[in-house]
Design a protein around this ligand. Structure first.
Ligand SMILES: [Zn+2]
Ligand SMILES: [Zn+2]
Length: 263
């Protein structure tokens, strides 16, 4: 009997962003043709949550997260109770995306970013209370991200460092905390040799793949609007790095997704 076709999961996409939301039928058709059978729709503001959740309620191969992205200012600030309440809704499988992003400080100092650290703490407390994994975004802020995760998480939270672009040392620290590491289209970029070296060291049973659509389309779609149907390009790059078949990457990252998000 021939082995079933290996299917891919996009563990992180933003399908409610305007570029994609109006195209949802075409996006789903492209996913089906590309053997991408599931996706996790990521929430970035409380204002956006109902739309994200609506996708997960409408389509049985989509799930939703609940959280407020660290880059979002002038949006409703979540309380632990807000997030725990949203986490209890059907088909919500993660808290996030959350974390720290010091990349766009502008003329602010790190001290000025206390609001971001406090917001991250709120998400970690909500993850502990709800028992859901965290989807973590960290950029130019890995020391504080890890320190706060250790302090607030108390070893009782798990999750994923998404769209990973950090060093080997950060990857090791994340793995030691029990977290998974998710690679995006950046892994396929010509200038990402360092990241490919990091990926070579992350055990395949702790890897996820994602698009972070609509951003960061992998080669050969770089510069285009990204979509979940492109996640096999990330898998192909990871397979090349690991010296395994792309089917093995598809199967293992799908199993990892199921285990982490309990779907
Ligand atoms: Zn992110
Ligand atoms: Zn994202």
């Amino acid at each position: 009997m021939p082995e079933a076709v290996a299917m891919y999961v996009d563990s992180h996409c933003h399908l409610t962003f305007p570029e994609l939301h109006s195209q949802i039928d075409a996006i789903r058709a492209a996913m089906a043709s590309a053997q991408v059978d599931r996706a996790l729709c990521i929430c970035t503001t409380l204002e956006e949550f109902e739309d994200v959740h609506g996708l997960a309620m409408r389509f049985d191969n989509f799930w939703a997260s609940a959280g407020v992205h660290p880059d979002n200012e002038d949006v409703r600030e979540p309380s632990v109770d807000d997030l725990v309440e949203l986490a209890s809704r059907p088909r919500v499988v993660a808290i996030g995306e959350t974390g720290l992003d010091y990349f766009r400080l502008g003329d602010r100092s790190l001290a000025d970013m206390e609001w971001q650290r406090e917001r991250f703490r709120v998400h970690i407390r909500a993850a502990r209370r709800s028992g859901l994994p965290l989807v973590i975004h960290t950029r130019s802020a890995s020391d504080d991200t890890l320190a706060i995760l250790r302090e607030e998480g108390q070893g009782e939270v798990c999750g994923v460092f998404h769209c990973f672009t950090e060093t080997q040392a950060v990857a090791r620290a994340a793995l030691e905390l029990g977290f998974h590491i998710s690679f995006s289209g950046i892994l396929t970029f010509r200038n990402a040799a360092d990241l490919r070296e990091v990926a070579a060291e992350v055990p395949l049973d702790r890897c996820l793949i994602e698009t972070d659509s609509p951003y960061l389309a992998p080669v050969p779609f770089r510069g285009k609007t990204n979509q979940p149907a492109y996640v096999p390009q990330v898998a192909a790059q990871l397979a090349e790095i690991k010296g395994v078949s792309v089917d093995e990457v598809a199967r293992q990252t799908s199993r990892n997704f199921e285990a982490l998000f309990k779907v």
